[in-house]
Each structure stands twice: as structure tokens, then as C-alpha cells.
Design a protein around this ligand. Sequence first.
Ligand code: BGP
Length: 492
Amino acid sequence: MFHKKLDNFPKDFLWGASSAAYQIEGAATEDGKGKSIWDVYAHEKGNTYKGTSGDVAVDHYHKYKEDVGLMKKMGLKAYRFSIAWSRVIPEGVGKVNIKGLKFYHNLIHELEKAHIEPILTIYHWDLPLALQEKYGGWESAKTIAAFKNYAELLFREFGAEVKYWVTINEQNVFTSMGYRWGTHPPKKHSFKLMLLANHHINIANAEVIKLFHQMVPNGMIGPSFGYGPTYAKTSDPEDVLASMNANDFNNNWWLDVYCTGKYPFFCKKQFEKWNIMPEVTGEEQKILEDTEAHPDFLGINYYHGGTFQQNRIQKAVKSEEQESFDKTDPYLEQPKERNANEPEVPMFNNVENSYVDKTQWGWEKDPTGLRIALRQVYEKYHLPIMITENGLGAQDKVVKGKINDNYRISYLSEHIIAMREAITDGVNLLGYCAWSFTDLLSWLNGYSKRYGFVYVDQNDQENGSLKRIPKRSFSWYKNVIKSNGKDLKVEE
Ligand code: BGP
């Protein structure tokens, strides 16, 4: 579609920013918090960049008032954060930690005072360790019941104050990395286990959405999904077929289940042939297909898409620059080496896109891909969409006390324009949460890779002063919000 003039952003558009508990809170053992799988994983040698962990992170647990104060100063309309399950139920099930709940009540209260809409993520990867040890985490259906019980507590505690809820963050990413590529806890290498854990999470997601509709009838709930459009490398029909396979597995495998309750047909057939498809009982199918268990909106986390060619070679084609960073790319579809649990013939081969630039970390910069993503998702599911993450990871430098992150401003501007084009196309977009508000711990890149509007003096040795310094992008985003997305210029 071509537009001579772009529509304005809706009047009540939620200009926001995001975070996740493990990446910001710190206070890992304080006030009765139990351990999560990340608390242990990050301390095992070689798992994270320079052994960085969320023990201190950016100490948001103690500095939340200062952080919300900065949000207010910026004029932020919405703030997406997650709850650390093990802070409120230390063992995953059973005893509730009142002090943990109190922290989130205080945070939400502070946001309310600042007129910032809270967007609450129930699960952003930090599963209570006890559930992993007792049941094998998401490999066991018992974790579904524990999750439902945890969500019920949150709906009871926060349902009256919080309207927007995210069930699960990037299920596609953490199941792939945790169970297939072995780069997140529980560090396993099995496609079959990944699909099993994933199936349990699908049921958990559906059951919790259904419960939400009973307990918080005026709220809105949905998962946040890491979406990437899948391009064919060439018009060779074999490449087109590979990109269809990629779309089926990278996107539809999750979104179809969330929104219709059905696993995509061809992919499912393939997995049955490989004997890795989990059994879906009649009872489970029923809950997945129950419209009360379907989301009210879709959260889309967008960083980039992917380009695919037929599976004539096993190894992905990568540039040298990307090669040095790709260990940490959660969207990479190829394992370093083939392991025995992987099918011999992959369904598609992930290659570079020569039409787009890359970030310092080799992630493709593709703002048009955001418009494509929004169009594809809206066309297919017709649900309102909230962009729950989008941002640029970079090695910011402090020069004379200032952080001049013009590269981030350009990146965000381009994505905001793409978003406005998608709105003009007709997409129903509720809001945009940039990743991230303050700098925070990158799961596998420590503090070298920063995303925030606010610089935090923290480093990979984890002994920084934790001082907050608004970056240039801070005042820029402030103007964007004030002008409701019209003013994207950078003031000198
Ligand atoms: C998403 C996660 C976020 C955040 C972001 C940036 O996948 O939901 O938690 O980490 O990616 O990732 P990274 O820090 O690896 O660059």
C-alpha cells in the first residue's frame, strides 16, 4: 500500500518501554526471594559473558522510585515489566512471600502516581529453581498447575490495578535456546524435549488466559512473541518453499496455537514423521481450542526477520562480523554443530540478507520488516497488537558525562515510521514498548550490549556505581511521546 499522507497515531497510543525482572532487579537473595534457574545458570562457568549474572543487575529493586521518577520525567505512558515468580512464591508452589508481593505493589503504586500504565509480564524466563529440580521444569505437566496457581495469585493481587497482561515472553526463544541449542537453562540439546516443554507451555498459557477472563474481565491479556518475517533468498521456488517452512515453524508454530488452538498442519506432520511431536490429548486439544483461552491482543517483540534458502547446505552462511557475535543471537536458526538429536535434513537454511545493514551484534536492521510483521500478524489473526519490545543493542560510550546515542535514535525513528505506515495500512496497534527503559543485563552479553534510554553505570565486573544518566535518546523519546509520534527530529 502507498500513502501520500500517514495517519496519526491513535490519541491514547501507549508509548512505553520494557524490562524484565532478572535483567534489572538484582536483590537476588533479598527479602525471602527464592532461586530461579537463571540464578544458578549464570553462575556456572562459561554460560554467560564474563560470568555476568543478575545478582545485582541495575539494582532496580532498591532504585525503583528513582527509575519511575525518570519515566515520569520522560512522560512515558506505559511501562512493561515482569514479575520474578521466585520472588513471590520462592519454591514455585506453596508458600507466598509477602515481601515479594509488596515490592510489586509498591512499584505499581509508584507507576499509578506517575500516570504510567503498567504492563505486567507473568513469565520472562526465570522459572523457580525448585520447579526445575522437583519436576524437570516445563518438561513436566506439573509445572502447568504451578504456573496456573502463580498466575491466580497475581490476578488476585494486581487484577484491579493492572489492565494489560503478558502471559509468556518469547516462548519461541526460550524453548529453542533452553532445550534445543543449549544456550539457556536447562541447557539441553533435544528437539523432541523442546517440543514437549513447548507443548506444556502452550497449555499453561491457554489455561491462564482462560482464568484471567474469569478473574479480570476488564483487562486484556496475551503472550509476547518474538516475531520475524521470513523472506525467501531468491525467487527459486525451492527457496520460497524453505521460507514457507521457516514461517510455519518460526512463527505459526506458536501464534496459530495461541490464536486458534491448532498446530500448523504440515509442520506437525513432519514432526510426527521424525517422531518428535508430543502427544496432544483430547482434553488438551479442547483447552487449546477454547476461545476463552485465546488472547485479547498479541504482544510482538520485533528485532529482525530472517532470510531462508533451501536446505542444500547444513551450515548457515554468515559474515565474519556476524560470526564473532552469533553465539548470542537468540534468533539464529542453526546450531554450531549438528547434534545427534537434530533431524538430518533441516526444514530450511537461514542465510544473510544482503539488502539490510547490521547492528554491532550482527542483528539485521530491517524497519520495513516491522511493517511486514505487523501486516502479516494482523491479517492472519485480526487481534490488536502491542509492540512489547524493539530496540538497538550497542556499546554506548560515556564522553564527558554524556551518551550521544544518535545511532539508537535513527534505529528507533525508522521503526516508528514503519509502525505509523502499518497503522495507516489499517493495523490496530495499541502501543509501542521500546527495549529498554534503563540499561540492563543482557542475558548473554552482560553490560557490553546496551539498549536503554537511561545509561546505568554498571559493568561486566558488576561493580559500577549504578548511577543513572539519561542518554540523548531520552530527550528525543520524550519529544516523540509529547508529539504523539510526529516529532522524530533530534535537537542539537
Ligand atoms: C529478547 C528478550 C529480552 C532482551 C532482548 C535483547 O529476546 O525478550 O529479554 O534480552 O531480547 O536481547 P539481548 O540482550 O540478547 O540482545
